[in-house]
Design a protein. Sequence first.
Length: 371
Amino acid sequence: RPPAPMKLRDSPSACPSLWRSLPCPPAELRLDLVLSSGQTFRWWESSPGAWTGVLGGRVWTLRQDPDRLWYTVYGEEEDGRPAEAAKPDGAETDQILRDYFQLDVGLPALYCAWGAADPLFRKVANDFPGVRVLRQDPVECLLSFICTSNNHISRITAMIERLCQAFGRRLCRLDARPFHAFPSLSALAGADAKARLRALGFGYRAKFVSGSARAIVEGLGAEGLRRLRAVPYAEARRVLCALPGVGAKVGAEMGRDGERGPAAGADGAARRQVADCVCLMALDKAEAVPVDTHVWRIARQRYGAALGGRSLTPRAHQEIGDFFRGLWGPRAGWAQAVVFCADLRKGQEPAGSRDRAWGGRGRDSCGDGPP
């Protein structure tokens, strides 16, 4: 018999002794904006204002009040036995959250500096406080963003859930909902991984997820990928672009499910964007600005920047990134996260883009011609 599920704890009033908190006002962090904006795909709004997901091989529920970030951590199943309630180990779990949300970076001062440099940023900033860049596990971030090619947030979230259920270790069940760890590299590098991913609906992405996992296992390893945090941005991006699905051409391959990959012309921009997303969200490259045709359109239409020619070439990609780095400074990728979140929430762009992911290049933005 499967172990009995634990009850989901959706507020500190449920088992107060199993909750802890950190000082954290909304100006520093807004869970509802950060966890739903396509940086990560492992969190779910389990009840109004409460977010439950997997971080660091554990299941957490988070929520906020006006000046604190509250959290609880669930125990793990062992040998088929039900998980027991786990009292958070204060110093360790506090540090995991501080690191994940990069809470040592003071956000209000950055908003102030970005707003002083950019009136357009200042227009959206008041409505979207507390948008910060997550510091994610490099392996999980990389393999997740390979799945974002020609995709959108809700579909990517479902794909990552299937990936974890099929290949990841089960952690626990909350109210009968199972939660799994992100798969190990070895699980995704196995001989049958590509076929299993195809069966799960990954289409042409299946060979890139399994291929990148295999390339990392046989090459720099998970620790080597993590060590890219200490190298310059250009070097980290070069290493990432050597991986299948990041550097290999996708082309217009037709998957067994009838889904085509991005057109060959769009592929270069797509993979550069995946590399930049990983640099920004996992490898401490705060200056990385992920660029797709949507961001190019913003640069040209809203900022009047005449950048590149009629297509999103490597040169245009570099020029756009340099433009925003010149405007917003060394944390330009963080400023872009605020603008991206504002566009996502306000639905200012054409149909289909509201649910697009950072690396997704939704149908309205996957061409390689002028925006």
